[in-house]
Design a protein around this ligand. Sequence first.
Ligand code: SF4
Length: 550
Amino acid sequence: MRKDRGGKITVCLVYPNQYRLGMTNLGFQTVYAILNSFDDCVCERAFLPDGVVFGASSGKDAPLYSLESQAPLSSFDVVAFSISFEDDYLNIPKIFSLAGITLKADERARGNWPLVVAGGAAVSLNPEPLADFIDVCVIGEAEGALREFIDVYIRAIARPCSKEALLNEMDSLKFAYVPSLYDFEYDGPVITGVTPKYGAKKSVLASKHLNLDAYALPSSKVYTPHTAFKGASLIEIERGCGRGCRFCAAGFLYLPPRYRNVDAVKAAVKEGAAISGKVGLVGAAVSEHPAIKEVIEAGIAAGGSVTLSSLRLDMLDSGLMGLLKKAGYKTVTLAPEAGSQKMRDVINKGIDEAGVLGAARLAAEAGFTKLKLYFLVGLPLEEDADVDAIADLCLRIRAGMKKGSLTISVSPLVPKPVTPFQWHPFCDKEKIEKRLARVKKRLGIDAGITLGAVSATGAFVQAYLSRADRRAGRFIIDAAENGVRSAIRMNEDLIIASIYRQRSKDELLPWDIIHHGVTKAYLWKEYQKGLNGRQTPPCDVGNCFRCGVC
Ligand code: SF4
């Protein structure tokens, strides 16, 4: 999208990782499209360059420019980061350095710097680790919020104003979090007080819209083969998930589940299939869209292949499997998450072993030969027998497959903010390694199962950044300058005290100032139910008010 910059607010939207990953992200594409739909705004993109070398600057790095007009980032009114994953925080100092923009927000108080903004799922869950670098965090959903943000920005800069005055204007937006307007006090790893300054609001209300159909359907606007989905047209057909899996941040953050109008979805699918021949349906619970079969049929009729970003295994039947086969689906990916019923109850998965085996059988009967399963280790109350149950379940599924391949992915649980497990300690790194090794050993080498495991160190860093307070800014800078392993050593005491600690019910959490609708009391109740192996039924939107969102 190329627009003349003259007389408009200029925004450089930055994805803090490589182009291929950024352009795979529908949220990033959606913000780009929304900002460019405004007559008074022009939005360009920038990414972390491929092959960039971390560590102290060698002076040889090429400066970072926007993709569309090759303008320096410092020439934009606003530099806006779209951040979905905490791991990408580690790239942010490098991006500032390549852009020639001072990293620390307080050091940008004087001078003609762009306003630095951040949004996206990771920032909405807990913006505090980035507090030292970001001027304004936009919390929640982009729809509606971006227009309000631009309006307030225009109003603020209509007359010469200091950065301080600009930030105070931004604070008037209910969904804007201005980190510099809050003082935090600590006692070791624990936050003992949060004080809003200069009249800042006491709480931030995430942007959220119960009627999503009032806003344009998010779909790919830029087509490129350089994405994980190789040029597919991505369409968000629903948002949120009402199943209440207790580890799932996407589920709780985007409550309640909201399904897009079927006619609008079908029209977008038809258009996407015509443009790229490949359609990817996106959402936390895509297979639960009430008209999912009709939508897939529309894609097939338009001559396109159709894939779904998630497939809930108890939503499968032979009709849906047949349609997926016809739609060009190659690999059926399911998420039992745990091998034992005890663990599935702790996480509120709402499925049993017969359901998992039945889904695998349906896939085989429909002619699928590639099956992929996702599991978690390091769950609350987990014992060796629960870990063994993962391998045993996979061996039973493998035995039932006449041919083809079974791949399993086993990841450590990373307790996330705004979920019932937000109080729970991260499982000890050595214990996780032992559990991964245990699954591997029990599967045996000739089982015909490929095991992919997420690195325990990667999960350890993510576990810290997900629930860290603003003191994590030091770790982020150290990691960018000296590498992650050195940064862990340099900040070890704080990290260990943060991630392995059982938080108490009333402890102030770094993200407590932000309200997504789900009450803290409800999350605590869900946590306690999980520890007692008790289940909670799915959302019953319209008849239920238990979590506070509806
Ligand atoms: S109030 Fe009930 S239906 Fe609404 S999001 Fe919460 S649990 Fe789901």
